[in-house]
Design a protein around this ligand. Structure first.
Ligand code: F6P
Length: 319
């Protein structure tokens, strides 16, 4: 193998730049040419390629977003799109591609592998919703962003004796809500993986009110449904002052944490090694602190389960 490509796809995540840097620098260290593919699979179809040298990834390890930019691409999901992509890669002499993204991006990478282009996936998404890896790049930073925001919200919630519902991202997964909720001491955490009842939420709020607590934070994963609608239902029952904060895309930006930079650097470097060893359709994961290579098709087919032990613990500690 002489030339590899690297692209970022799907929602961006802090640490993607650190992963790109690792792929480029490890690739060059191993004597490869590295080509950046801009704007994910859309850029691939458009032949939007850029040669990467050592300097092209200087000064990016600490920056959020992705210097290669990213996109969600419908055209690439068709057979025609995938054939076209292979033509573009072959014309440029790219034999292997590192795909940094989430499960949708990996489905595309599996299709490329079936058509003869070696692919390795690096899990980059704030949602942490990929099976086969304990953590994805960007998750730790997003959780820390939520913590910072909720700590501030708690200040004002206490001053005004208000209950706040804070809606966090995660798509269909509750991982961000779970980790951030536990770390913020949220009184209630709602995640899509666990059923909830308004009765029980109200009961918990009233119980803490009785022992003198006049403010509360409920962290709600977006996969549960609209925090606004849930707040309306609770308000009808308790009649206290309530506010809703939807944190939104602030969770996707910002400088990556040390944990995300280290993870991204390790995973990006390993992806290059896997391509050089002749692997394809593999995803780099981390399990019990060790990097592993797992079957990419298997990773996208298996459902992700968050650590529900955190859910139980948070409930006990917020009693
Ligand atoms: O997958 C990352 C993510 O931020 C999810 O948490 C969220 O549901 C979605 O992307 C938002 O997508 P968009 O940026 O396209 O609105």
């Amino acid at each position: 193998m002489q030339t590899i490509g690297v692209l970022t796809s799907g929602g961006d995540a802090p640490g993607m730049n650190a992963a790109i840097r690792a792929v480029v620098r490890m690739g060059i260290y191993r004597g490869l040419k590295v080509v950046g593919i801009r704007k994910g699979y859309s850029g691939l179809l458009a032949g939007d390629f850029v040669d990467m040298d050592l300097g092209s990834v200087a000064d990016i390890i600490h920056r959020g977003g992705t210097i290669l930019q990213t996109a969600r691409c419908e055209a690439f999901k068709t057979e025609e799109g995938q054939r076209h992509a292979v033509e573009k890669l072959t014309a440029r002499g790219i034999e292997g591609v590192v795909v940094i993204g989430g499960d949708g991006s990996f489905r595309g990478a599996v299709e490329l592998a079936k058509r003869g282009i070696a692919t390795v996936g690096v899990p980059g998404t704030i949602d942490n919703d990929i099976a086969g890896t304990d953590t994805t790049i960007g998750f730790d930073t997003a959780v820390n962003t939520v913590i910072e925001a909720v700590d501030k919200i708690r200040d004002t919630a206490t001053s005004h004796e208000r209950t706040f519902l804070v809606e966090v991202m995660g798509r269909r997964a509750g991982d961000i809500a779970l980790s951030a909720g536990l770390a913020c001491g949220a009184e209630t955490i709602l995640i899509p993986e666990e059923e909830y009842s308004i009765d029980e939420i109200v009961e918990r709020l009233e119980r803490s009110f009785k022992r003198g607590k006049r403010h509360s934070i409920l962290v709600v994963a977006e996969g549960v449904g609209s925090a606004m609608a849930i707040a309306d239902k609770i308000r009808e029952r308790i009649g206290w002052e309530m506010r809703v904060t939807v944190l939104g895309h602030i969770q996707r930006g910002g400088s990556p944490t040390a944990a995300d930079r280290v993870l991204a650097s390790r995973m990006g470097a390993m992806a290059v090694e896997l391509l050089l060893q002749g692997h394809s359709a593999k995803m780099v994961g981390i399990q019990n602190r060790r990097l592993v290579a797992i079957d990419m098709e298997d990773a996208v087919a298996r459902p992700h389960r968050p650590d529900l032990g955190l859910f139980d613990l948070a409930r006990i500690l917020a009693i």
